[in-house]
Design a protein around this ligand. Structure first.
Ligand SMILES: Nc1ncnc2c1ncn2[C@@H]1O[C@H](COP(=O)(O)OP(=O)(O)OP(=O)(O)O)[C@@H](O)[C@H]1O
Length: 248
């Protein structure tokens, strides 16, 4: 079943600055997708469009069969319940004045999900491997990896169908990165993940499908293993050559 369908999407920052050129791809329910490309290729711009933060200049984005329309309040209310995001920097993405309990329950509150939120927050904390007593602490009391776990707990607390992650492990040191990739892998058994990264190794170990983006064009997409084993496009070959050794 297609969850997200991106068709011929173009986007420009102002009239002169066309950064996406007819981008088309589909995300199937339960199939994690990695979006890969060098800096400036348009990965974050695609995520901003998928989050409804901005509108395509051309083309359409469909979610669950309805057109993503950032100007429709009704659509966006349902959409925010279904789609959540995790960003790169676990330091700036968490409000330092809020306790972990309030940070994680924020989506439940802003989505006006009824009922006591304590149980959902405890379940989210457990799912990301943080102790229950973390709720009474502040972000500064945690390491970078633990903060990213808090950000992930916030993203999954309302049980979204789709999680969009933007370079969500790039700021972490290697051993922490491996542990957070493992966490994403476990969570992706119950939700669909679109994982933006410049790191082919991370995408290879996490995502069943891959989309290679070069300067706002998709140059290759499909099964990750097949593409990385036999890249067809010179840009994919170049990206692969810059990775010393792919994890298997
Ligand atoms: N607010 C903006 N105004 C004008 N141009 C922008 C803006 N944001 C991004 N761009 C340009 O759009 C292009 C795509 O940027 P984008 O951030 O989507 O790429 P990216 O692949 O996510 O890069 P990175 O890996 O460095 O984050 C770049 O050429 C960038 O300079």
């Amino acid at each position: 079943m297609t969850l997200l369908d991106v068709r011929d999407v173009t986007f420009g920052y102002g009239r002169q600055r066309q950064v996406l050129h007819g981008v088309s791809f589909a995300v199937k329910k339960g199939v994690s997708v990695g979006l890969v490309g060098e800096s400036g290729s348009g990965k974050t711009t695609i995520l901003r469009l998928l989050l409804g933060l901005t509108k395509p200049t051309g083309g359409t984005i469909n979610f669950g069969g309805s057109v993503l329309d950032p100007s429709s309040r009704g659509f966006m209310r349902d959409y925010r319940r279904s789609v959540q995001a995790v960003f790169q920097d676990p330091y700036s993405s968490l409000d330092p004045r809020q306790k972990v309990r309030d940070i994680i329950s924020e989506p439940l509150q802003s989505l006006r999900i009824p009922g006591a939120h304590g149980e959902a927050v405890a379940a989210a904390l457990d799912a990301v491997g943080l102790p229950a007593d973390a709720i009474n602490r502040y972000p500064h009391e945690f390491s970078g990896g633990q903060r990213q776990r808090i950000a992930i707990a916030r993203a999954i607390v309302a049980r979204p169908q789709l999680v969009l992650a933007d370079e969500a492990v790039s700021a972490l040191d290697l051993s922490t990165r491996i542990r957070i990739v493992d966490l994403f892998k476990r969570l992706s058994e119950n939700m669909t993940l679109v994982f933006v990264s410049h790191d082919l190794g991370v995408v290879a170990s996490l995502c069943e499908e891959i989309i290679i983006l070069e300067r706002g064009h998709i140059v290759e997409s499909g099964n990750t293993r097949e593409i990385l084993d036999a890249p067809q496009h010179p840009y994919t070959q170049k990206l692969l050559q810059s990775v010393p050794r792919m994890p298997r």
